[in-house]
Design a protein around this ligand. Structure first.
Ligand code: SIN
Length: 335
């Protein structure tokens, strides 16, 4: 269903009762509809499937999770609205998508060359900064339930992207993050915000020339069919925040809430252990396909990209307050 059509459905649905979920199994007392935009065989797709299975097992079938992957129900452009209206109960958007819906502080995670390892990411998310960011979501009656990794992003195009001058003039698809837009402009490229579900087609149609993502997304969306070169820049991090609407959360019985939290904690911990493996497997599959040339960057090349994008950090500090940036840098450098 296209975005416009979906929006009409959302309006028609209003606060439709949860029990009306299509495909709900008879016997389940509570149904949780969880929509996301990536393929099932990705770190996020697999972790959410794990969550579904754990909820099923722990509740002995009394609570069921219906998963809608691959933007099949809602895409980036309307999933938040769907959550607000109660048309879905949980989402797992990338952290980069929270800025556009009123949480620019989440764009801290988009800062180029901020993190060197997943361990740094993990401890930042579990520490004071990460937990305060989750708490901010209450501003819009959202409940932040936890973080999940995909991994480090790389740049693709129909040419290698190893130096700032390689980016000049390229139209690059990005997520709806002002930090990522600034990063692309700093490199001389033109950022084009497109929903994830439209990206592969936009690459095929040459609406855009390049994009950035971890390899698991690049491979499972078939982006390699439209990009001759993938440069392993590891310039930024892609992760997710699992959210529910406060109204849905309050509707649950306390025991059910505790069970869902337990299942989610287990699924996120498991998901974070398999994310790197899934990205490695996608890279091996990509290599074996021979479809896309893969370029490694040396330390000097990465340093030049880092240098070209350093102004992005200060620009974000001006928008969200310097204390956030100081704390984020403090959290990463103390690890
Ligand atoms: C996702 O992994 O959820 C999508 C990332 C993107 O939009 O690039």
């Amino acid at each position: 269903m296209r975005s416009r059509g979906r929006r009409h459905v959302l309006q028609a649905l209003g606060l439709a009762p949860l029990a009306c979920a299509a495909g709900a199994r008879a016997g389940a007392r509570v149904t949780i509809r969880l929509s996301h935009v990536v393929a099932q065989r990705t770190p996020k797709g697999l972790a959410l499937e794990h969550f579904r299975a754990r909820v099923q097992a722990l509740s002995q079938g009394a609570i069921q999770v219906l998963l809608y992957p691959n933007s099949q129900l809602y895409g980036d452009e309307d999933e938040m609205l769907a959550l607000q209206l109660g048309a879905v109960d949980m989402l797992a958007p990338s952290l980069s998508k929270f800025g556009a819906v009123g949480f620019p502080e989440f764009e801290l995670f988009d800062l180029p060359f901020l993190f060197d390892s997943s361990e740094q990411v993990r401890r930042t998310q579990q520490g004071a900064v990460g937990q305060e960011l989750l708490a901010l979501l209450a501003r819009q009656s959202l409940v932040g339930l936890g973080y999940l990794d995909n991994g480090f992003k790389h740049m693709s195009a129909n040419r290698p992207l190893r130096a700032p001058e390689d980016f000049v003039g390229l139209r690059v698809r990005i997520q709806s993050s002002r930090v990522i837009a600034h990063q692309m402009r700093a490199l001389g490229a033109r950022p084009v915000v497109l929903s994830f579900g439209e990206t592969s087609r936009a690459l095929v149609a040459r609406v855009v020339d390049g994009t950035e993502n971890p390899v698991s997304n690049f491979w499972t969306q078939g982006m390699h069919q439209a990009q001759t070169d993938l440069s392993l820049t590891s310039h930024g991090y892609l992760g997710y925040c699992i959210v529910a609407h406060q109204r849905f959360w309050d509707y649950l019985q306390p025991g059910d809430r505790a069970l869902i939290e337990q299942a989610l904690a287990e699924a996120l911990a498991w998901g974070n252990t398999i994310a790197q493996r899934e990205n490695d497997a996608a890279l091996a599959a990509l290599r074996a396909s021979g479809a896309t040339r893969i370029h490694l960057l040396d330390a000097v090349q990465r340093q030049r990209l880092r240098h070209a994008t350093r102004g992005v950090h200060e620009a974000l500090a001006l928008r969200i307050g310097p204390q956030w940036l100081r704390r984020m840098h403090g959290a990463t450098s103390s690890l």
